[in-house]
Design a protein around this ligand. Structure first.
Ligand code: SF4
Ligand code: SF4
Length: 358
């Protein structure tokens, strides 16, 4: 597109999506008769009018550089019909109304190094949070964990070998975005924050930091004649919530910031209520650049699920059928004291807590 033709960005809300839809989708909006899954990475939708549309799905990293984006859209212009959309799990989907275009499109994507798959009962692209690029509080780089794991799960993405779809998520701090997947890999801090007292008065609003702490472990204090804060380490649950409003409450640590794995999260659907994920592995080393320990546990859970679950059971359905003791037995994961919710505030949260309880 020539520079003079480019429109000014509209900064108020997202634009109307209909203008970007493939014409066949626009025409048949709300009028689809059925869809099928001819091969991994491809969906075929048939409308009541008799129109058909094929969707080809390829995995991408969530944060795309301009060159990759250009390459993807050039493939869409040349081999597709110029219409793409991104899914919430960072896959790109090309829509074509002509079946003859499907295979050349797949070939072009694969030749350019993209992986086609992620549909139906595969392991979909791992969704992840912004990490170091956009956020100021990560304890790890979620996109790095995703890259390392998807490299090892590429066959599970390209093929449909799982009992049902598997959604994996990662998040790079313990308190904010991410989570609620069939398997979630989350940061877990294990030591209270270390305070850079000299900086607190210049950087932090002390009342808002005190108010952030869910267990009231932070108090204002004078240190070396300067206003600062102190933490009651016996109370601190190492959540990291004080770090965003006050970076001198340094909690990220190469050794003591770990990863934890939670399983069984699922949003509600036509058949079931939402289920909350539960902690199954804690204290896993946060070990860049390949995170081998966390990846090995995820693969172990997936392997057991694949062997033991019945067709169509999601991970939460499978665990509900066999029970948590059998889950730990079958996966070989150790059940430790860290799986028991002993948080002093749990009395108020017991009915909502996602931990395993006794
Ligand atoms: S998970 Fe936490 S650190 Fe990561 S992007 Fe979200 S708020 Fe930031
Ligand atoms: S890490 Fe969490 S519990 Fe500990 S002092 Fe900070 S806000 Fe409070």
């Amino acid at each position: 597109m020539a520079l003079e033709e480019m429109r000014q960005p509209i900064e108020s809300g997202c634009p109307d999506g209909f203008q970007y839809m493939h014409p066949v989708m626009r025409k048949n909006f709300g009028q689809w008769k059925y869809h099928e899954h001819p091969r991994p990475g491809v969906l075929r939708h048939v409308a009541h009018s008799g129109d058909e549309i094929w969707t080809v799905k390829a995995g991408t990293q969530r944060i795309l550089d301009l060159f990759t984006l250009r390459k993807l859209t050039e493939i869409g212009d040349k081999y597709g019909e110029g219409y793409v959309r991104f899914t919430i799990r960072s896959n790109i989907e090309y829509m074509v109304a002509d079946e003859a275009k499907v295979q050349p499109l797949i070939d072009a994507l694969e030749e350019a190094g993209f992986v086609v798959g992620g549909t139906a009962n595969s392991v979909a692209m791992i969704s992840h949070t912004q990490g170091w690029l956009h956020c100021d509080i990560p304890g790890t780089d979620a996109s790095g964990v995703v890259k390392a794991m998807m490299d090892e799960l590429i066959d599970e993405f390209k093929n449909c070998n799982m009992p049902n779809r598997v959604h994996i998520t990662t998040s790079c701090c313990q308190i904010n975005c991410g989570g609620q997947g069939d398997i979630a890999i989350n940061v877990q801090h294990t030591k209270p924050p270390k305070i850079a007292h000299d900086l607190v008065a210049n950087v932090c609003e002390r009342p808002s930091v005190v108010a952030r702490c869910p267990v009231a472990a932070i108090r204002p204090a004078m240190v070396n004649g300067k206003p600062s804060l102190e933490v009651d380490e016996k109370k601190c649950i190492c959540c990291g919530a004080c770090f965003p409003p006050c970076p001198p409450m340094q909690i990220n640590d190469p050794e003591h910031t770990k990863l934890a794995i939670w399983v069984g999260g699922n949003h509600s659907n036509a058949r079931g209520k939402p289920t909350f994920q539960k902690l199954v592995a804690a204290g896993i080393p946060n070990n860049p650049p390949r995170w081998p320990e966390a990846t090995a546990i995820v693969k172990q859970i997936l392997r057991t699920y694949k062997e033991d679950a019945k067709d169509w059971e999601r991970i939460n359905d499978w665990i509900e059928r066999i029970g948590w003791p059998r889950f730990f037995e079958k996966t070989g994961l150790p059940f430790t004291k860290y799986h028991i919710d002993n948080w002093r505030g749990a009395r108020a949260s017991l009915n909502a807590s996602t931990h395993i309880r006794f």
